[in-house]
Write a protein that binds this ligand. Structure first.
Ligand code: DGI
Ligand code: FE
Ligand code: FE
Length: 195
């Protein structure tokens, strides 16, 4: 594993300026979340820095590379190429950036869809990606930012539900993993409220 500074220098070369700014936003937001919720700071920052490392490749290249490297591509992923950079990014993280920490690799792999039963690091990267300070499009950013340091699972669920609503409103197909994750955290939080 290289130093934070080395990863930043490498990523600056492969990301557009806007995507690099977003990456730094995810890094410092995730770092604050790691302080609040008790995750290792270095692995959090490295996962954040690398999470979109494959994002700036043309969609066709992402698809071709996934097929070439034996990364399974589902029909939904084939039709919605903005899903592929997460899995390809995890492959890059291991093969090109020398990451062996499975938790970092998994946080990158699942950062777009989430997954049921996420680890703390997976939640941090998923959430920080959505609400880092450079983000300004989603309508509920004030709400999720207010929840961020109060209740991580509630914040996660709010983001998942808005993402599903957004995809439905645009008639985009929902990845089965996005849907399963949303249902899982909806049921989990409902169960907790009954107790
Ligand atoms: O890469 P970022 O832009 O930083 O963020 P991201 O990796 O969360 O990707 C966001 C995009 O992914 C956004 O345009 C919505 C899309 N997305 C997330 N889940 C799904 C999805 N798109 C489809 N079609 N289906 C999904 O389930
Ligand atoms: Fe992404
Ligand atoms: Fe991102």
């Amino acid at each position: 594993m290289k130093s934070i500074k080395e990863y930043k220098n490498l990523l600056k070369e492969v990301l557009t300026p806007g995507r690099y700014e977003h990456t730094l936003g995810v890094e410092y937001t995730a770092a604050c979340m790691a302080m609040r919720y008790g995750e290792d700071l270095t692995r959090t920052r490295i996962a954040a820095l690398l999470h979109d490392c494959a994002k700036c490749l043309p969609a066709q290249d992402q698809l071709d590379q996934c097929l070439a490297y034996g990364i399974p591509v589902s029909p939904v992923e084939r039709d919605n190429p903005n899903l592929l950079h997460a899995k390809l990014g995890a492959w890059y993280a291991r093969e090109k950036y020398g990451i062996e920490d499975q938790e970092i690799l998994s946080a990158i792999y699942y950062h777009t869809t989430g997954k049921p039963g996420m680890t703390l690091l997976e939640k941090i990267i998923y959430v920080a990606d959505y609400l880092e300070p450079n983000r300004n499009k989603a309508s509920n950013l004030d709400q999720v930012r207010a929840e961020l340091f109060l209740d991580l699972d509630q914040c996660l669920l709010t983001i998942l539900e808005s993402t599903v609503d957004y995809l439905n409103s645009r008639s985009l197909s929902i990845d089965p993993m996005t849907e399963e994750t949303c249902n899982y955290y909806r049921d989990l939080l409902k169960g907790q409220k009954k107790d």
